[in-house]
Design a protein around this ligand. Structure first.
Ligand code: FEO
Length: 387
């Protein structure tokens, strides 16, 4: 049994075989579904795991309990990647109570229509509610829309442990050999990105808590330099750019728009852009393109015209950005149109719906392929986006 502190055990699971998390995000390094047990006079299991890993998770729990029965299952979040094994545990331990808020139990009934629990097995907590386990006390903070309406976090004050639900989680198995920030940022903007306001509210609620350890539901347990991780969440949830640079997102049918976008990238680099992040939206990871659009303050949208609109991979990208409340950035356009260019005006319709976007001129139009005569316009676009 792996102990996180002297009385808190880790019983989560690494899912190394999953290809798409939430059936949409590529996770080359798998995914962790974290779960914990607090041992005290009363024993509390903190969340379950995706049913994909239910067998392994239950083995971990059974081994850690070593013949004892849990008194509580605390349900911080009802999304199936954490709640998927609730029924299994609730039926195995008929005296165990479930701890959640009002909305938790509404969702519980919806996800588990065949799980019938008497009222006395449901402990409903509200904002600031507490649960005493003996020397450990959990205080609950509701975290609506981080990233579902029933989400909540809990803070165990005797050891300073924050059970943060999805917050501070990342893609990848728990000990994935990779930078935390990169996969935590991709996770944050694609999964929680729309809900910057609720994240800020939660951070304010937690400002007074003396946190020593953050136990998220995904990714590593955070024990050191917590200000770094909290600072990243402050920044990301404020929708302010993180690093200086330009993202070029390109949707090209036959490669001519892609070539023009690559030439623009070279011009940007020559003119001193600190970083140019380039995405071929037909091939590259959409979630990473979304991540970098948020990471950097400037974005070039380069696309072919198509069906009197824009080539669909760009449409898809822009709708991802709009759905995640993309804002406070500078945007420029490069379009290709062989007879009636329509990409830029179609892209602009979506960008116009976003908050506080500076749209720079000139909009560069190439006809079928890039010519020498187009270079001055690319230079002007580069100057405008870097200004
Ligand atoms: Fe990790 Fe929102 O579930």
């Amino acid at each position: 049994m792996e102990m996180i502190t002297k009385s808190i055990a880790y019983v989560g699971v690494d899912d190394e075989n999953i290809d798409l998390f939430e059936n949409q995000y590529h996770v080359p390094n798998g995914m962790a579904y974290n779960s914990y047990i607090i041992f005290d006079e009363k024993i509390a299991v903190m969340d379950t795991a995706d049913k994909r890993c239910a067998v392994q998770w239950l083995e971990n729990v059974t081994e850690a309990l070593d013949g004892k029965s849990p008194d509580y299952l605390v349900v911080h979040h009802m999304e199936p990647d954490h709640a998927g094994s609730i029924q299994l545990l609730a039926e195995r331990y008929p005296d165990m109570k479930l701890v959640g808020n009002k909305k938790t139990f509404t969702l519980l009934g919806q996800f588990f229509p065949t799980l019938s629990l008497p009222e006395e097995r449901l402990v409903t907590v509200a904002e600031g509610g507490t649960l005493s386990l003996g020397s450990h006390t959990l205080t609950f903070f509701l975290a609506p829309m981080v990233h579902w309406p029933e989400a909540m976090v809990s803070f165990e004050s005797s050891e300073g442990v924050l059970f943060s639900a999805d917050a501070f989680g990342k893609f990848g198995v728990r000990h994935a050999d990779e930078d935390w920030t990169c996969e935590a940022r991709r996770y944050y903007f694609n999964i929680v990105g729309k809900y910057g306001g609720p994240v800020q509210t939660l951070l304010k609620k937690l400002a007074g808590a003396a946190v020593n350890v953050i136990c998220p539901l995904h990714g590593p347990i955070l024990t050191e330099d917590l200000g770094f991780y909290i600072g990243k969440y402050q920044l990301w949830s404020s929708y302010q750019p993180e690093d200086e640079g330009v993202t070029i997102a390109c949707a090209s049918i036959h490669g001519n728009t892609l070539h023009a976008a690559h030439v623009l990238a070279e011009i940007l680099e020559k003119k001193g852009a600190k970083k140019v992040a380039f995405f071929d939206l037909s091939r590259d990871d959409m979630a990473e393109a979304v991540e970098d659009a948020f990471r950097y303050g400037k974005l070039i949208l380069a696309a072919s015209s198509y069906d009197a609109g824009v080539f669909p991979p760009m449409d898809d990208f822009l709708h991802h950005l709009a759905a995640k409340a993309y804002q406070n950035r500078t945007v420029g356009y490069l379009q290709n149109g062989s007879w009636a260019p329509s990409a830029a005006k179609t892209m602009k319709v979506v960008v116009d719906t976003m908050k506080n976007i500076t749209q720079v001129e000139p909009v560069v139009t190439i006809t079928s392929s890039l010519k020498d005569a187009d270079i001055p316009a690319l230079e002007a676009l580069a100057d405008a986006i870097l200004a």
